[in-house]
Design a protein around this ligand. Structure first.
Ligand SMILES: [Zn+2]
Length: 413
């Protein structure tokens, strides 16, 4: 099948990995990925440049496309060309280029619209692999299935005591250093607890969806960390947690895993629960905040939500049972309401009221000393997550009492 047919047909999406939805594979010299179901043009195209199938090729062109900017541009006139831009011509340029027809024009077209197309020539499978799986965030599994075997590589990463850290191309050196430092700390901690083998493996700094800071991929034994994360204690905790998953699958015995699963079930049956040690302090501050608020006083919203911004400054219309009702400054409606706690952040400014916001570490209690069987809210998720959370606290020397003794037994068995 030629690429043109591929683009225009209603081939079902074959596979999805983060932003990539594949529309062609196997024996092709080119694969294309759509970012969204409704996109008119692919957001990524990979081509072999030596007439070999992708899996055997050594020379590639990788084109990334920003379909949304392309769509925006469709309504503008391209001044340099005097030609109206259209997604259709963008698609044609891509297809022509991929099919090696009228290549110079297509290439020229794409270079003119460099805000939409990023064309990158890559020599060597190793470099292609690093670029695809790091800067473009494709999973290693998807790479293997679509683009061929994972190559041996000896560049494109930073080695920290056997951990290979892969950073996206555009990451600032300062940021990289921060992450590398964190890994040095991690290594020290593993060393102190005789887990030196655990750090050896791949870690990729790639985009993750939502609030996720880290992920462990069982199939390819690699860890992913959000590249925009702050290199702080919370991230250190997350990284150890992900290594805990690696330990669970690569190093622990079936017997040990069985013990963890059974104990987890017993504890939950027995009604064991996570209790936030900061709960009293948080509740007290919420009460203090609520008590200070006067009906009729002015409230300024400083956040980014358009719906709230439009109605600010608001006034307190009512308070009842711990809830606040804020009246719009422009229309006679309640523009914002909810528990007082929801307003206790730096987006809201209540006239004459002091807010002591609840910090992330108070809510999630990462890296705080604990003797609880379920030391974090997340540890109640399932046996494996429980193990990973206990493991992280243990490695950071924050786990004490009975759960510590239990974990040590598990790690020995
Ligand atoms: Zn986990």
């Amino acid at each position: 099948m030629k690429l043109l047919e591929l683009f225009n047909s209603t081939v079902p999406l074959l596979e999805q990995s983060f932003n990539y939805r594949l529309v062609g594979r196997g024996g092709y010299n080119t694969v294309a990925y759509y970012g969204n179901r409704n996109d008119k043009i692919p957001s990524l195209m990979v081509m072999s440049m030596d007439n070999k199938p992708l899996a055997e090729s050594d020379n590639f062109v990788v084109i990334t496309v920003k379909p949304r900017i392309a769509f925006k541009k469709a309504q503008e006139k391209d001044k340099r060309n005097g030609v109206a831009y259209s997604p259709l011509s963008a698609q044609t340029a891509l297809i022509n280029y991929a099919n090696s027809e009228v290549e110079p024009q297509s290439l020229q077209y794409m270079s003119i619209h460099s805000d939409i197309f990023n064309i990158k020539e890559i020599n060597g499978r190793g470099r292609m692999f690093v670029y695809m799986t790091t800067t473009l965030g494709m999973s290693v599994g998807m790479f293997e299935r679509n683009l061929g075997e994972v190559p041996e590589i000896d560049e494109g990463y930073i080695d920290v005591y056997g951990a290979r850290l892969f950073f996206p191309e555009n990451m600032r050196p300062k940021r990289k250093e921060g992450f590398v430092d964190l890994f040095r700390q991690l290594h020290k901690m593993f060393y102190a607890h005789s887990f030196i083998n655990l750090i050896a493996g791949d870690v990729r700094f790639v985009k993750l969806t939502g609030n996720t800071l880290g992920l462990y991929y069982l199939a390819t034994n690699d860890i992913r960390i959000k590249p925009t994360a702050q290199a702080n204690n919370r991230l250190l905790f997350t990284m150890i947690h992900e290594h805990g998953h690696r330990y669970w699958y690569q190093f622990s015995s079936e017997e040990a895993r069985k013990t963890v699963r059974e104990t987890f079930t017993q504890l939950q049956k027995g009604g064991e629960n996570y209790v936030n040690p900061n709960e009293d302090s948080i509740k007290q501050r919420q009460q203090d905040f609520y008590d200070q608020i006067e009906i009729g006083s002015t409230v300024n919203y400083k956040g980014r939500k358009g719906a709230f911004k439009r109605h600010t400054p608001m006034t307190v219309k009512n308070k009842e049972g711990g809830n606040l009702y804020l009246k719009s400054g422009i229309r006679d409606i309640v523009a914002a309401s909810g528990s007082a706690a929801a307003f206790m952040n730096n987006q809201w400014d209540f006239e004459g009221v002091e807010i002591q916001p609840v910090e992330d570490h108070e809510l999630h209690t990462y890296g705080q000393d604990s003797e609880q069987w379920f030391p974090t809210q997340y540890s109640m998720q399932d046996p494996e997550e429980w193990f990973a959370e206990l493991f992280a606290l243990y490695i950071m020397d924050n786990l004490h009492g009975k759960p510590k003794a239990f974990l040590e037994t598990v790690l020995r068995s």
